[in-house]
Design a protein around this ligand. Structure first.
Ligand code: ADP
Ligand code: MG
Length: 327
């Protein structure tokens, strides 16, 4: 089982940033409104994610660490099966197989918080009482301590941290209503305050993308039947940081989609000349039945049932916004 978990971890847990992504997504699933990501040494020493969400009941703590604890996968010949299972329901088990992981949580009805951890290769979870407010903390120490090949792939602390920073930016732009704190080596590095009113969204965007973006960005907002595109595009780029501002969300999930990228680039090319780097934070919303977001979960690609129309809608709306901004 540990072997299977380690193989699964190899598939998706590439670096500290992948751990952060999985853990923060779990916090959001648990309805957290505040999430603190505490990093030491670029994540290789420690990744601790704390939330104020629903917590995990004592009797489910061990289970959360040992998902798919069947003897189904016992040999390398079954590797194919692991891949087709995907990563869902396996994040904690996988991470705990390549790190020293403790899980501490308290639910509302519980008097007492509990902590669970796994030791050794048999993956039997231990349980002990703990002190913790309502919510969950996952503490991941010494990532890849038992997989030297993986560990060798890690870059400098600075580089690993910048990947974590980017993961959190992407998530923060998807959830304006949640407060995020990012700490590196005990120094608070980012604080994204929660905003709930659409007129305040730009404050969050400024915190995440920098004022160099929001100072020049123009709002986008257009609806065509059930399809809506909103967000911000910047007609010119000033500083270094802004060149990285390329965020496109489809129904709340960040995508790097060829079709959407093409539409945005074409709009920039037609209005501003194609030497400019598009900088944008855009949200496309459409009925779930019109889009398949699970085509390539790792590649952030989508498939639209009406690809041509979506492309042209995005092109036309962004072109219009840039045109207005330029005149
Ligand atoms: P998945 O998220 O796909 O269910 P994970 O391995 O990421 O699989 O998490 C396993 C389970 O642990 C989750 O289904 C959830 O019940 C619980 N869990 C993990 N993190 C949290 C958290 N931050 N708050 C509440 N429950 C959590
Ligand atoms: Mg998960």
């Amino acid at each position: 089982i540990s072997l299977a978990n380690q193989i699964a971890a190899g598939e998706v847990i590439e670096r500290p940033a992948s751990v952060v992504k999985e853990l923060v997504e779990n916090c959001l699933d648990a309805q957290a409104t505040e999430i603190t990501v505490d990093i030491e040494q670029g994540g290789r020493r420690r990744i601790r994610v704390r939330d104020n969400g629903a917590g995990i009941p004592k009797e489910e703590l061990a289970l959360a660490l040992s998902r798919h604890a069947t003897s189904k996968i016992s040999s390398l010949a079954d590797l194919e099966a692991i891949q087709s299972l995907g990563f869902r329901g396996e994040a904690l088990a996988s991470i705990s197989s390549v790190s020293r992981l403790t899980l501490t949580a308290k639910t509302e009805p519980q008097e007492q918080a509990w902590q669970a951890w796994v030791e050794g290769r048999d993956m039997q979870a231990e349980l002990a009482p703990a002190t913790h407010p309502e919510g969950t903390t996952v503490d991941v120490q010494d990532l890849f301590f038992n997989t030297p090949a993986r560990r060798k792939f890690l870059r400098t602390d600075k580089t690993e941290f910048s990947h974590i920073d980017e993961v959190l930016r992407r998530i923060a732009l998807a959830r304006f209503d949640v407060r995020f704190n990012l700490v590196h080596n005990r120094k608070p590095v980012r604080q994204y305050h929660a905003v709930t009113k659409p007129e305040d969204y730009l404050q969050r965007v400024a915190q995440v993308c920098g004022k160099s973006f929001t100072d020049v960005a123009v709002g986008v907002e257009q609806q065509a039947g059930p399809v809506r595109l909103w967000g911000w595009v910047a007609p010119a780029h000033g500083c270094r940081h802004q060149a990285d501002v390329q965020y496109f969300y489809v129904n709340g999930r960040m995508m790097r989609d060829r079709l959407l990228g093409h539409a945005v680039r074409q709009a920039y090319g037609e209005t501003l000349g194609d030497e400019r780097t598009p900088t944008f934070v855009l949200y496309l919303e459409l009925p779930a039945t019109d889009v398949d977001v699970n085509v390539h979960p790792a590649k952030h690609e989508v498939r639209f049932h009406q690809a041509r129309q979506i492309h042209d809608f995005v092109l036309q709306v962004v072109r219009h916004a840039l045109h207005n901004a330029a005149t």
